[in-house]
Design a protein around this ligand. Sequence first.
Ligand code: DGJ
Length: 318
Amino acid sequence: MIFFTLGLVCDLQAQTVRGQLLDRGGNFVNAHGAGIMQYQGTYYLFGEIKTGKTWLVAGQQWEDYRVPAGGVSCYSSKDLKHWKYEGVALKPSTGDTSKDLDTGRVIERPKVIYNQRTNKFVMWMHIDKKDYSYSQSGVAVSDRPQGPYRYLHSLKPNGNMSRDMTLFQDGDGRAYLIYSSEQNKTMQVCLLSNDYLSPTTLYRRILIGRNREAPALFKSGQKYYLITSACTGWSANAAFYAVADRPLGPYKVIGNPCRGTGSGLTYNAQSTFVLPSPGKPGQFIFMADRWNKLDLPKSDYLWLPLKVASGKVVIDGN
Ligand code: DGJ
């Protein structure tokens, strides 16, 4: 029993990240607001490419620090420790800020899922203008996990604003888009079409009036857990989680999953994704961004073990 427990701890610690992550070429992994998709025994990590100079958008009443939208990167790994750079999965465009993927715009929180019916890889992401007034979800598709992805368009699901977002694919093959809506006051969960390329008209308002962003939804046992942050620009704040019996909710807010020193600020990080720990029911990897708002490309990562025990979510960052 002692050996088993020690083995488990070591294994989980090996997937812990606190700071920069290096790829197999020795370069910093450039994948912010990331998510991971598993396909045929390989993990694919997708995230925002942040390079260039950080500036503050004039005339905004909040921390609207920006860096050129660099598109979406992809890395692959068999063990979640050694990452191979697969290149730019979704390229940005330049010179026309009316285009969704222009480097002067916002491309954030890309997430990818595989559609077994169509044999396509589908990416959703937050697309915005530099003042975040556009508030749309973008969709792109590829025949290969690592891309290149073909950008289709962006949209407002059922006419609703969508900013920080994530995807969740359930065991029954249904997929959901979860996004901050209504000026970030309320989140929404929307069932996607069978090909995952469009929102359906089935959606629910959740965490009503709670002002949350950075959603990360996962399933443990028969329950669905949603971790979110508060809305404080790039500055850290306290996470909370909510639980539901179905992806569409209703969700019941439970509280802060973080324990120990720094738990009031999510250890200076913000949620982006929760990945089931390979072969370990009830154990997960909590993935978060440690933003450096004055120099956004220097932002790094915090990946911590997350456990669900007796229906409670616990992250211990110490
Ligand atoms: C917090 C969000 O979670 C990030 O993805 C980004 O949109 C920043 N706000 C912008 O301030």
